[in-house]
Design a protein around this ligand. Sequence first.
Ligand code: ADP
Length: 248
Amino acid sequence: DLTHNIILYVEGVTVSFDGFRALNDLSLYVAPGELRCIIGPNGAGKTTMMDVITGKTRPDTGSVWFGQTLDLLTLGEPEIAQAGIGRKFQKPTVFSEHSVFENLELAMAGDKSVWKMLFARLTPEQLTRIDEVLETIGLKDHRSARAGSLSHGQKQWLEIGMLLMQDPALLLVDEPVAGMTPQETERTAELLTSLAGKHSVVVVEHDMNFVRSIARTVTVLHQGSVLAEGTIDEVQNDPKVIEVYLGE
Ligand code: ADP
């Protein structure tokens, strides 16, 4: 029985849109502290899977558990986020007119009034936490910079930092290196690798070199279910996977 060491438990999930099965008996198990990459051709169901985990889409059948006790299918989107699942969409959504520091401050406030937060005096613990996150995301020297003035890569890191302010047990990250320079991509690999262990991280990514640089286990989705799972070398040499990618 492996369930004692699973933080995210997705089993037998099916999602239909007007009779079309976007997810078809999908099962996925993520261990605490794991860094998992999800790959698969367009339309494989990657986004729908993330939507199910975060409560945006309800499956027709199946189970989704967070840890051993939390049935995510009984919770709404805000409660799931509150429970410790942070999601980063592909497009960064930072508060452009605010500084890097203020963005982290606002993210710490969560759904509390942002204005109350901006005018409140931070506790020493909160200041320490913001400093830690600034260090983690490599933006210490940019704390006073306007978020809108950051590079694309820096905005992505800031947004990851904003998620970290809520200290999520599980981070879902959608195509983090899309549009990044090679240097930014390398820095992002370091960042995500450094988060694993403390957090479980599930990354959807197309860039196979990037996947190779970060993932221990790769899950390949195809037509709404798991086609293959293993190390990057195992899945890249899997005849089923080769066929699907050649057919794209
Ligand atoms: P991926 O993220 O792997 O590219 P998606 O999860 O976005 O795949 O989509 C899986 C399939 O489900 C696609 O064929 C897509 O067209 C379909 N789909 C996704 N969302 C909807 C929706 N809201 N209504 C109808 N079809 C959808």
